[in-house]
Ligand binder design. Sequence first.
Ligand code: PHE
Length: 365
Amino acid sequence: MSGPNTDYDPVEVSTLNPDEVEAARDAALAAIDAAADLAALKQVRIDHAGDRSPLALANREIGALPPAARKDAGRRVGQARGAVNQALAARTAVLEAEHEERMLAEETVDVTMPTDRLPVGARHPLTTGAELIADIFVAMGWEIAEGPVIEAEWLNFDALNLGPDHPARTMQDTFWTDPPENGVVLRTHTSPVQARTMLSRTPPIYVVCPGRVFRTDPFDATHSPMFHQVEGLAIDEGLTLAHLKGTLDHFATAMFGEGIVTRFRPSYFPFTEPSAEVDLVCFVCRGVDSETCRTCRGEGWIEWGGCGVVNPRVLRACGVDSERYSGFAFGMGIDRTLMFRHGIEDLRDLFEGDLRFTTAFGSDL
Ligand code: PHE
């Protein structure tokens, strides 16, 4: 049996030396006091209260002491660690409060700063264009009339003096709904709204009818199977071709500005007699040196639409007294009108829904 371990000297466990423990505690407390912010305090906590800090090492040494010495050493180390932990907690509270106060003071929100705005939509140029046209006529006391896009063959053709065998029917490349013998078409022009208006109202009549129309056309820079027309119809006592010319001149000036010149070119429509195509002086070359103009291809003029004095046969078919009343009508493409007005070169730009195109007209909101 071995004797008591008389060689063991607790003083040799230097980390447990009371002075060392006190020094470690004081160093910790001083560092805690000196920590200026939470980041610095975090490092202080690692250095002075972490697993490898002097006091943690001292604590681990306690087990190596003889039982009699453990109690005293344990109390001293425990007190020192307790003091350090308390100081850490107190300093943390102080620094957190300071940090919060500084944030409140410094991190103000400037409500006048510009923000990322959500994109604002723009109304489509065709919508605003149709409204602009309607406004021009409403300002002259006209009314707006509308009709369905799926239309009775009779209203689209027969009522307008386009009987079943009329050769002009083939001028309008018609979409027929199935079965064709039902006589229902996608309207090929806005003129059936003329017929509907005359059938449902008594003169005087002054209406404009903007709307979609359909023809079996290709989809290219100047054609589309769906496009827009605006129809005008005036029925009153004593109306003549001169009233038509004056009305279209006013419309053209309101649309394209002062100085625009129109001309009538004899033409044929079954529903008007006499009939004319109305041309605008080319808005690019204005008819000067037109030989080189790509827009009018040397003509000096561009075609805008059709017009004429309403054929008495149409008046009679629609229940209007053709002895008492006369009238005029006109119809032009809204899309074409906008292309002239805004220099749009490709009709497809109006239909393809590219927002970059639409928002360019956003100021018309
Ligand atoms: N509806 C004709 C067309 O689409 C245009 C027109 C309207 C002509 C009114 C004369 C009078 O071609």
